[in-house]
Design a protein around this ligand. Structure first.
Ligand SMILES: Cc1ncc(COP(=O)(O)O)c(C=O)c1O
Length: 311
């Protein structure tokens, strides 16, 4: 149990804590009003930050991305930035978790009586924290996981801006089901031009002939993606943030994904074919190693305020 907690809190929040209507509640008891447009229209944005060994990783970057998305949706939040950050600390503090998945969500809220104008709503903030969740468990990552190319194209950015983290997961969910049906772990989506985009909860990187590629557009600007790009720059890798044609993916020496839910994860097969033929190529594994060491770097790590468990 972390300092600042009392036994009562750790019991009721053992499975996780949530923040709803300005109050902290056990995660299993948290609910959203049925008529919140976040629920019935996907009119929402969210972010996920993780806590690792008692520290938030890149907390400020996640909060800034979230607030930027709220601005673009023309949400006006009931919490100021410092209150939001305090809420995130308070939620994790109540659980006492030292490794956690921390979601915070803003919704349009409920329409004013008789109105159909989304700008008439009182926007809401919700949050929940649960134990850290992985796209693939840490000990399975080193060997790599299996990927397929999904049948559904990624929703066009002209239709839905993927840089606003959103609830429209229709394409991504279909990809996850296809992956499951074929025994793969993840599915990556191409766009309508046949170029690589992203998948359910992750960005995509391809290493080919000494160059690291990742899409420049049509994807979420992932915080893990940003961390990977910073590490790659420090390592002096040749990096191209640009259109990534399917052929580069199919001919890759290495493919890996990046996500808050698990970090940097190598891909060992694509549509059943082993990726690359250079067994000594370990770009993904080297980046992954640095990624985890950065979790102790004060430039990236914010200690959880476990003393905020009661306030
Ligand atoms: C569609 C999509 N792309 C990429 C990512 C990875 O972003 P991050 O590294 O910020 O977790 C996510 C995260 O959930 C996502 O939902």
């Amino acid at each position: 149990m972390m300092a600042g907690m009392n036994i009562q809190d750790t019991k009721i929040f053992a499975e996780g804590a949530a923040y709803v209507n300005g109050a902290f509640v056990p995660v299993a008891e948290a609910s959203v009003p049925l008529t919140d447009l976040g629920f019935i229209r996907s009119d929402a944005t969210y972010d996920v930050v993780h806590v690792w060994n008692g520290n938030f990783f890149r907390l400020n970057d996640h909060v800034d991305r979230f607030l930027g998305s709220c601005d673009r949706l023309r949400f006006s939040l009931p919490l100021a930035k410092d209150e939001l950050i305090r809420m995130l600390h308070g939620m994790v503090a109540r659980t006492g978790f030292d490794k956690a998945y921390v979601n915070f969500t803003a919704t349009r809220g409920r329409l004013a009586k008789g109105s159909r104008n989304p700008l008439d709503c009182e926007n809401r903030v919700y949050g929940f924290t649960i134990p850290f969740s992985w796209i693939a468990p840490f000990d399975e990552q080193e060997a790599g996981i299996d990927m397929i190319v999904a049948n559904p194209e990624r929703t066009a950015p002209e239709t839905l801006d993927p840089t606003i983290k959103n609830f429209q997961w229709g394409d991504l969910t279909r990809g996850m089901i296809e992956a499951s049906d074929t025994g793969a772990k993840v599915a990556v989506h191409l766009n309508r031009h046949g170029n690589v985009t992203e998948g359910a909860g992750f960005n995509t990187f391809v290493f080919k002939d000494g160059t690291l590629w990742t899409p420049d557009a049509g994807v979420l600007m992932g915080i893990t993606r940003r961390t990977v790009l910073e590490i790659a720059e420090r390592q002096g890798l040749d990096v191209r943030v640009t259109t990534v044609p399917e052929k580069i993916l199919r001919d890759a020496d290495e493919i890996f994904i990046s996500s808050t839910a698990g970090g940097v994860i190598p891909i060992r097969s694509l549509d059943g074919t082993p990726v690359g033929n250079k067994s000594n190529s370990r770009v993904a594994l080297d980046i992954r190693e640095t990624y985890w060491t950065l979790h102790d770097d004060p430039a990236y790590a914010t200690p959880v305020r476990y003393d905020l468990a009661d306030v």
